[in-house]
Write a protein that binds this ligand. Structure first.
Ligand SMILES: [Zn+2]
Length: 481
């Protein structure tokens, strides 16, 4: 109780000050340096616009991590903050404002406010779990210019809100007087010209995570000059946004091949790319191996999903050095049914000491294919998560797999397909057999180790689209409820 009294008193005093905006403005110069963040936080929460603007204009800490205070986008408070920046830009430099270097609009640096303005709820602890504050690297060229840096994460889509639209316009008008920096950029189905304009303001070299949903390979090729500049990119996510595009059947010959070639060559420029995710990027069929060969450093995670993989693509898995330190592999919806999966076994042999998660959901593999993978799969001692849902295995092979997984001591979540014996001749789930066989498999596994989260699922029901899942309890599809 006694520990909290001073901060409560301080809060009351600050709130009293905020009730009279004119008084607050006039006494700003007298507010002790150490109380500045607490006053700013209160002003921001109360949307006291003039005070916010004046405080940004006279901010003395090196960074103003205002994004952490923006729980939901608010145009008025953002305007006040940006107006404060404008005031700094138009005034002569002032010694008391010398230290301020970065306006951070991202939802990071919560600890700054916890330390300087007191934690108001339990939210502070979440930072250490899922939010690694990015250390913003100041490029030497810009540092020399001593420009104020504005850092933001951008999500560009046709539905972006008025707050972001205002910010983008503001940034575009000030691109020569500020150092504008976007670390995490997501682009969802936007016109290429618009995105190129944005990348002219937020220079690609600062982007660390880039997510692009685009229509076709021709659009993608237009981004090539920007990709070439993304020297700090460590995570790239590509996806189609329209199901009917990217089909091999739509290939238009020479022009498309040229674009594909150009696109592949950009991978040789990513010096720090560690995470690659491609969903439905069908134009890479028969070219995936070339992408792997272009990679500059070993990948940590690879996700190739809903994609028509060819045998030559799969072959490259066992011979590309850049994949041999993978921690996470996802191939959800990549149909392997008719392919020779020996290269995948070769790959697993290389990553037995590093692979932590493996998602082969919907690969529609058969018993013979799991048999091929088995010897190296059961050696993967670091696995924490595995997903084999929607593959076609019978009871004996599943039992055989589970009986040989004693080494999987780190396993947290394991998901297997319900054995094919669960279906009747019309491909309908026999609920009784489903429960009995899944329980049998559970008992088999429990005899050799204690699973943390274990479940078996049927294919999606033809009628309702749901699966029957057998885990701690059985959950049947809608037809049975
Ligand atoms: Zn159903």
């Amino acid at each position: 109780m006694s520990v909290q009294t001073p901060s409560t008193l301080q809060k009351l005093a600050l709130q009293a000050l905020l009730r009279d905006e004119a008084l607050a403005m006039s006494s700003l110069v007298e507010v002790p340096f150490l109380l500045f963040p607490a006053l700013f936080k209160e002003a921001f929460a109360g949307r006291v616009k003039k005070l916010i603007k004046a405080m940004v204009a006279t901010w003395t800490f090196p960074c103003l991590p205002v994004g952490a205070l923006m729980k939901s986008p608010n145009l008025e408070t953002l305007q006040a903050v940006l107006d404060g920046i404008d005031m700094r830009l138009t005034r002569e430099s002032h010694p008391s404002r010398g230290k301020f270097q970065v306006l951070d609009l991202r939802n990071v640096h919560h600890t700054f406010w916890d330390i300087w303005a007191g934690a108001e709820d339990g939210s502070c602890s979440s930072e250490s779990l899922d939010e690694k504050p990015t250390v913003v690297k100041v490029c030497r060229r810009y540092a020399r210019r001593r420009q104020l840096k504005v850092v933001a994460d951008l999500c560009l889509s046709p539905h972006h809100d008025e707050t972001q639209a205002y910010f983008l316009k503001w940034a575009q008008q000030r691109k020569d007087s500020l150092h504008l920096c976007c670390i995490n950029m997501k682009i969802w189905a936007m016109p290429v010209d618009f995105v190129l304009d944005i990348l002219n303001v937020f220079h690609p070299e600062h982007i660390e995570k880039f997510k692009l949903n685009t229509e076709n390979v021709f659009n993608l090729a237009r981004f090539a000059p920007c990709f070439w500049q993304m020297r700090n990119l460590h995570k790239l996510l590509l996806a189609r946004f329209c199901k009917n595009n990217f089909k091999i059947a739509n290939r238009t010959g020479y022009r498309e091949d040229k674009c594909v070639k150009e696109f592949i060559s950009i991978f040789s420029k990513f010096n720090c790319l560690q995470h690659l995710s491609m969903c439905g990027v069908h134009f890479l069929t028969d070219h995936t191996n070339q992408v792997f060969r272009c990679l500059m450093i070993p990948l940590e995670s690879l996700s190739i999903t809903h994609y028509q993989i060819s045998q030559s693509d799969l072959d490259s898995f066992s011979c590309c050095q850049s994949l041999f330190q993978l921690k996470h592999l996802e191939m959800k919806g990549v149909v392997l049914q008719v392919l020779d999966v020996r290269p995948l076994r070769g790959f697993l042999e290389k990553v037995v000491k590093t692979l932590e998660t493996l998602n082969l959901q919907g690969c529609r593999m058969k018993d013979s294919q799991l048999n091929v993978l088995l010897p190296s799969l059961i050696q993967c001692s670091q696995l924490t998560k595995i997903n084999f849902y929607s593959n076609d295995f019978f009871m004996p092979i599943l039992k055989n797999l589970l009986q040989h997984t004693a080494i999987w001591s780190k396993m947290n979540v394991e998901q297997y397909p319900a054995p094919l014996e669960c279906y009747d001749e019309c491909a309908q789930v026999s609920v009784e057999r489903f429960a009995q066989l899944c329980q049998d498999l559970m008992d088999t596994l429990r005899a050799i180790r204690q699973p943390k989260s274990l479940s078996f699922a049927t294919r999606e029901c033809h009628k309702c689209g749901e699966c029957c899942v057998y885990g701690k309890r059985a959950r049947l599809c809608f037809c049975w409820r």
